[in-house]
Design a protein around this ligand. Structure first.
Ligand code: UD1
Ligand code: MG
Length: 419
């Protein structure tokens, strides 16, 4: 594809979220919504601008060198946000895609289709539209008798007839750079909202006799713009379904999709089975043929190797569970490195936090951690060592290979005969 630059709008206040966190940093399936949009944008563009404004500092800390940050000084609406980027486009004559950072469900295929239509029709602007049952929070696509797009009308300015239009603006557009700059300079302040609406550019371009095209989404849900917490939960549910369907297509069994929550970016190997009421967060890698759940919480930075099992009421965080190791009943494992063929008995807890620091636990291959053992980190348990039921292994203890430790606090009593 030819060069494309993308502008991601992320400067708005997000007032309707009623939040101290910038709207676009709210997570959808564990990942800030702006990251979903940037992931898509990276697939189609040679250069990405992110327009920041409200709580710019917080957002800038989150963004990396792969994007060019542009500051919108006063938050005077979507057209004003794009105006902040115009100086950057002076020597550029290609196409510019505009997306809102609050539209995380958008797929790259749809934007590619938009670009293809834009180029085929030699349009000045092509809008990505969708047909939705409830158009209330979107700009409506106004067409003439011939079906040509003539304007986008925002809810506040729409006539009763226009309010009935179900075709909406997703906030995604493709512009020829020159037409964008020229059109923007002529957008007037919307008196009701005291903002410059990017959507007013459509009528301006049409009046100039330019071609404005529209590409319609086949799945309108992709265009969901998140303005409220209700929208956020709707987007989360749609993304979750996508994630689960992808895992199932790749050979992972999800016994009950309606109670399974897997974050974007988690990885699970073939023939693993995810049982009901399980939460798997971001940055988790689960191997092949694992059994996870029911009622289990796998938290970030966890690695579960092939053929391992994590069962009922178990929580595992920032830890590695080695091949064929089992933790099947109500345990907490945190900041631990667990080798192969280890048995974590029912009710085992790694006491990893001493009030100040998170401390590490190491459990070597073949160790057997008896039911209700408490491992007060930092501790290390040697290969094939055994802790008795209810044992407390105190802070700093090193249980060596094959040692058997029992009691409270745990006392070393002997060395196992056969290792
Ligand atoms: C906007 C569109 C509407 C469309 C909808 C799609 C306008 C006037 N309206 O409405 O037609 O149906 O998106 O979801 O464009 N932003 C800035 N600077 C600002 C204001 C907003 O960068 O001064 C950013 C926001 O961070 C957000 C995006 O622009 O990512 C859209 O702003 P938002 O307030 O959500 O507009 P909508 O009311 O959803
Ligand atoms: Mg919006």
């Amino acid at each position: 594809m030819e060069q494309v630059r993308t502008i991601v709008l992320a400067a708005g206040k997000g007032t309707r979220m009623r939040s101290d966190l910038p709207k676009v940093l709210h997570p959808v399936c564990g990942q800030p919504m702006v990251d979903h949009v940037l992931g898509m944008a990276r697939e189609i563009s040679s250069l990405i601008y992110v327009v920041v404004g409200h709580q710019a500092q917080k957002l800038c800390c989150h963004l990396d060198h792969r994007v060019k940050i542009v500051h919108q000084k006063k938050l005077l609406g979507t057209a004003d946000a794009i105006r902040a980027v115009v100086p950057e486009l002076k020597k550029y004559s290609g196409d510019v895609v505009i997306v809102c950072a609050d539209t995380p469900l958008l797929k790259k295929e749809s934007v590619k289709r938009l670009l293809t239509m834009h180029r085929k029709q030699r349009a000045a602007c092509t809008i990505l539209t969708a047909i939705v049952p409830d158009a209330a929070q979107y700009g409506r696509i106004v067409r003439d008798d011939k079906g040509q797009v003539v304007a986008i009308r925002e809810e506040k300015d729409a006539s009763p007839q226009e309010k009935d239009i179900q075709e909406i603006n997703t906030g995604v557009y493709c512009f020829r750079a020159k037409d964008l700059s020229l059109g923007l300079s002529r957008i007037a302040l919307n008196k009701k909202k005291k903002e410059y609406y990017l959507t007013d550019i459509i009528a301006i371009l049409k009046r100039d006799g330019k071609i404005v095209a529209a590409s319609r989404l086949s799945d309108a849900r992709e265009g969901l713009g998140i303005n409220t917490r209700k929208d956020l939960s709707a987007a989360d549910a749609i993304m979750r379904q996508r994630i689960l369907e992808k895992f199932m297509a790749d050979g992972v069994s999800i016994v009950d999709p309606s109670t399974t929550y897997i974050d974007a970016g988690a990885k699970i190997g073939r023939d693993s089975v995810i049982r009901p009421c399980t939460v798997i967060e971001k940055d988790v890698v689960i191997g092949k043929r694992c059994f996870i759940g029911p009622f289990c919480h796998v938290r970030p930075r966890t690695r579960i190797k092939d053929d391992a099992q994590v069962g009922n009421f178990a929580e595992i965080s920032r830890s590695t569970l080695g091949e064929k190791s089992l933790m099947k009943h109500f345990s907490f494992i945190g900041d631990a490195t667990i080798g192969k063929n280890v048995n974590i008995g029912a009710g085992v807890v790694t006491a990893n936090y001493d009030g100040k620091n998170k401390n590490k636990t190491t459990i070597a291959n073949g160790a057997f951690i008896g039911s209700d053992s408490i491992l007060v980190a930092p501790v290390s348990i040697g290969a094939s060592a055994l802790t008795g039921a209810g044992c407390v292994v105190t802070k700093g203890q090193r249980i060596l290979k094959g040692q058997v430790v029992v009691g409270v606090p745990g006392k070393i009593i002997k060395r196992k005969k056969a290792l």
